[in-house]
Design a protein around this ligand. Structure first.
Ligand SMILES: Cc1cc2nc3c(=O)[nH]c(=O)nc-3n(C[C@H](O)[C@H](O)[C@H](O)COP(=O)(O)OP(=O)(O)OC[C@H]3O[C@@H](n4cnc5c(N)ncnc54)[C@H](O)[C@@H]3O)c2cc1C
Length: 242
């Protein structure tokens, strides 16, 4: 049987180095992190120190410009620990949320946020799901209404990985609730933690994946600068499906 593309000698060498890191820095702490229900910032910063966060990021922004196989190896080796909450938290940050910032944020914001994504000083999350909209993403109701130079966001998100610990959130909103088809009214905004009206309400209890936090978030007249729109208005659903 053919070897997967990420079983190269170079990636196997990387795997050995990362496995040593996991044994030294992660395995001894798993039971503590599982009982706390969240990962400490020191975990993210240790990952960042060795280049294990956002390895695909360009070097000028602090990444390694590495091929996707590196993310696969990191994901597999974190999975081997059995603490899937750690793997989910890292994958959501490195390989799901931060890439939207890389691809769709304005250049000045890419330069402001992405270096921190690589060092672990900025942890990202992505919020699509709502109490009334899971698989049916087009049914989201969180709204973003332009008012001057800001979007005013109101709504609720749930089941958000890294929701409680994130510093930066990729948020799916309806900018045009009347759009037909409904998915054409969805846009993505980047929202910084600490923005007034962005409320991290509750860490959810789960059956597993305890080391990673999963949060319920509220937006109450939360003003997000218009410049934090990711890509173009109305194209959020398409970006999420890419
Ligand atoms: C641990 C965890 C982490 C998560 N992290 C995030 C996150 O970071 N960000 C985020 O936005 N969301 C996150 N989610 C939410 C996740 O994306 C949703 O749970 C998922 O989209 C399903 O939505 P739902 O739970 O509302 O289920 P529903 O959409 O209500 O689906 C329930 C069941 O019905 C089935 N179903 C739905 N529609 C159809 C259909 N048309 N035909 C046939 N069957 C159908 C589904 O397959 C499923 O089995 C997370 C969830 C979990 C459990």
């Amino acid at each position: 049987m053919a070897q997967p593309a990420y079983r190269t000698a170079e990636l196997e060498q990387f795997r050995r180095a990362f496995r040593d890191f996991v044994s030294a820095e992660i395995t001894p702490n798993i039971s503590e992190w599982e009982s706390r229900g969240e990962l400490p910032r020191s975990f993210w910063q240790a990952m960042g120190r060795y280049g294990y966060l956002c390895p695909w990021l360009e070097e000028s922004l602090g990444g390694s410009n590495a091929e996707f196989g590196y993310s696969v190896v990191i994901c597999e080796e974190l999975g081997r620990t059995g603490a899937m909450g750690i793997q989910t938290a890292v994958s959501v940050h490195s390989d799901i949320a931060a890439p939207y910032i890389d691809r769709y944020a304005a250049e000045d914001l890419r330069r402001r946020w992405l270096p921190g994504c690589a060092t672990g000083d900025i942890v990202t999350a992505i919020a699509m799901t709502e109490p009334g909209a899971g698989s049916d993403l087009a049914a989201i109701r969180t709204s973003a209404v332009l008012d001057g130079d800001d979007y005013v966001v109101n709504g609720q998100k749930t089941f958000i990985t890294n929701g409680m610990s994130c510093d930066l959130l990729v948020l799916a909103v309806k900018t045009d609730p009347a759009a037909e088809p409904a998915h054409a009214g969805i846009s993505l905004l980047a929202v910084e933690a600490g923005t007034p009206g962005f409320v991290k309400a509750r860490k959810l209890d789960k059956m597993g994946q305890h080391a990673g936090d999963t949060g319920e978030l509220f937006f109450e007249d939360c003003r997000v600068p218009r410049s934090h729109l990711l890509g173009e208005e109305g194209k959020g659903f398409r970006y999420l499906m890419e």
